[in-house]
Design a protein around this ligand. Sequence first.
Ligand SMILES: *Cc1c(COP(=O)(O)O)cnc(C)c1O
Length: 526
Amino acid sequence: MMNRPERLTEGRPTQGRPTQTGEAARSEIDTFTGNRALALEEGLIFEIGRAEVTGVDLDEPAPFTDRLGGLARKAALGLPGLSEPEAMRHYVRLSQKNYSIDAGLYPLGSCTMKHNPRLNEALARLPGFADIHPLQPQSTVQGALELMEELARWLLALTGMEAIAMSPKAGAHGEACGMMAIKAAIAAKGEGATRKIVLVPDSAHGTNPASATRIGFEIRSVPARADGTVDAAEVRRRLGPDVAAIMLTNPNTCGLFEKDIVAIAEVVHEAGAYFYCDGANFNAIMGKARPGDLGVDAMHINLHKTFSTPHGGGGPGAGPVALSAQLAPFAPLPFLRRDDNGLRLIEQASEAPQSIGRMSAFHGQMGMFVRALAYMLSHGADGLRQASEDAVLSANYIRASLADLLSQPFGDKLCMHEALFDDAWLKPTGLTTLDFAKALIDEGYHPMTIYFPLVVHGAMLIEPTESESKASLDLFIATMRDLAFAALRGETERFLAAPFHAPRRRLDETGAARRPILKWTKPVAE
Ligand SMILES: *Cc1c(COP(=O)(O)O)cnc(C)c1O
């Protein structure tokens, strides 16, 4: 029975309702069913399913002898079942619980949540791309290989680099790939035993130090200047024969262009180290600046951010890594080579003796490749440049429209593709960044990134991307202003218990992260 009242008994049904949300959450449910208008409650399948129900009818099998050697199950498995319409409703309702870029503005800074044109989806579903198998003979998938080569060509043109590794499957995976290539290059020079340190600015995304540490480097942090950028002199002070690389994000996670990037690359190279650039923020500079010209040795590109493919919630990603001429020989397998018979994947170490080997089982995320190339071709080179310009314009429009109310950690100056505020302006109100973000949920917005970058107190990082219309930005700005005025007027009750209108209220987020309950346990019968 799913969300249907037990008509013959008093009180609300318990079936179909989550069991682990605590009394506080439950007391907010003020309807008989637990539903609120068209926002429907949905329990776990274990809570709503019944072992005796199934969505399919199977005939009783004819008598047979099993060959399981006595291991056949004696009793029913007891898996929860649903009728066919119930099963469909269950999964549709779950899908509707996701906030998505298709539903509304998604201002999550550092994530580049941009519109994914439906054209991309139509092309990714073409049978010639969607129905092929990575183990098919290469002569039968020349078109798919051509697509990979063409995408690589675009990425090389945009980055101005020497080679591109297509197989890494996310930004963090690309970081690992680039840092492994750097490690291999250092080892090839006979410096593997000495160069163990990787410099990482304080504002870096957490994946940077994590990736470097995982492959055996030690982290030394580099503080930012008062203006939020990294000083080449500070980098030089930390360089030495023990330093393998720097990992720098540009534009950085404060939404600022690292204006000393060329000088930083020079001092790093002079010291015999390599320059890894975190390219997750490429959406701000695509078509405007080429990392290769800035002295970058390795940089991942989040296809699933810059080139629009959907991401979040565990969706697929792709993190190709652009490599400089120094690092190209260490690129992972497989990679494409064109010879007389067409395109061929180089998969054996014998053909690429310096390669770091495989990053993943096959060649990368084909569906992401198709979407990214569709996005590039439909924009054209000038369109990609304009996307960057519009993304920066949108961010500055938001920044300038809120600058009289919200405080900016690095002063009132132009940002790149994301606008960063801190919580200094909230101080007199007694409210926190978290309270403010929760109130945005009541207004129907996914909150901006909060408390990141860590170097900014109570950070609010807003990235609108180029795909929002002016009307959409204006409504968001008006909402932010309305909330800011309410906070400054002292209407703290609108914030402290927010969200009021979400299916669940304040959750114990720390508890959920520290003590995650990942397994459903059957409640003990009363
Ligand atoms: C998103 C992001 C990453 C990691 O990318 P994933 O694809 O999520 O692994 C790294 N650095 C920055 C700055 C990012 O925004």
